[in-house]
Ligand binder design. Sequence first.
Ligand SMILES: [Zn+2]
Ligand SMILES: [Zn+2]
Length: 482
Amino acid sequence: VTARKLGLFALLLLLLGLAVAEARPGGGHSSSGGGRSSSSSRSSGGGGSFRGGGGSGGSLGGGGAVALIVIFVLIMIISAVVKQGQAQDNWSSGNIAYTPPPPKPVSLAPLIQRDPEFSRAVFEDFVYELYAAAQRSRDNPAKLGALSAYLDPGVIGMLAARGAAPSQIVIGSVKLANVATNVEGNLQHVDVRIEATVHTEPPRYVTELWSFVRELSAVSKPPTRNRTWGCPNCGAPWVANATRTCGHCNEPMGAGRFDWTVRWLQVESSKPVLASLRGTVEEYGNHLATVRAPDVDHAMASINVDDPAVSFDTIRMRTIMIYQRLNEAWNANDLKKVRGLVTTSLRGYLAYWLDEYKRQGLANRLDNARVETIHLSSVTRDKHYDAITLRVFAGGADYTLEGNRVVGGSKSTVRHYTEYWTLIRSSARRGAVVTEPKCANCGAPLEDTSDSGECSHCQANNELGSFDWVLSKIEQDDNYVG
Ligand SMILES: [Zn+2]
Ligand SMILES: [Zn+2]
């Protein structure tokens, strides 16, 4: 054993030690997934467990950024040592755990240039639903076959090998990790990192990288509310077959000829979810500089030109109203007050965490919560949605009760925190940014919004952002990359 190998092992142990320390799911709070760092997304919906998760967690817990940098540096050193080792004595690196590089903002501009129908929110929704459907079907060949127009045979094999299907899937976030165009191969690649809590026995918190491909000439489908996973070319019901050819239009699906196909996937991490939501986790990331897209001011100005009702000021007022309603709803353990103000999927995610507190005999509260400052972070516009991301600085007394006993946080100290909130609205919509909890279409109270997000009075789907800005993502400052 050479000194170099010993050095390598020492570094590896250090790296693993750090990784384990970081794995402290939620640091006293449960499910890494639900933890505050796990942040959000899905149709952008899903959301960090709001204030609820309390803890950090996610693949990178509180302090994640610093640890991430440390881990990243270690990986650089280790891979250098490994390469050297391989070159000199064929030392195998097979046992070294792969840790993905830190996330970077991705540019969708080349993709949208080829396919102006592409919408990030719509794509993320597709990923969210395909992931959930595939997980639910993974132990049933017939159900997996029904998705096979969208899953490569190799991917179906990988899913089938993962054992019993989870009874419930709670997606914490769907993040675009890499976007690349392969002109020679005629393929558009989009890699997506998914963080989820999958309720197997016992429940696990997983991070997976799913790699999607589509032919360059394919055009994105419009948003859909009732996905059936039919033929992506003609829409006919899909019947699984060995050549992945549609029985109706006779077209073979190939590798993403008509729509996105999962070509490959990797489970990056999988660990048991810790049970308890008790405890306190340090806030991390407040001091980080606000991530600002380079074109943010220009993009905000362009929305304002198209619709003078939309400005940083009006958006800020609506965000403060949503923030207050969200806290009232959270503290009351009843999400009625945010109906029509958040996406249906984000509401579902919040409901999961409220239920989880309840199931454990706990209640999380944020008293005297208020927004302190709001910064503009990014503005994106595509065919279907305009999206505005703000960094919200806020504070309140954050604590968890078991009966009358405080078992986490503090009733008497204000906990300051910052989060990135993304609001979306249909890009076709023009009109006032309403700062009261009323339907932007008819003025009826939003509390009467249906479970599927429609105004009970005029049927406008407010939770899709068809009429006014709705909160679709809550992301934590320590893992937000823009
Ligand atoms: Zn067809
Ligand atoms: Zn209405």
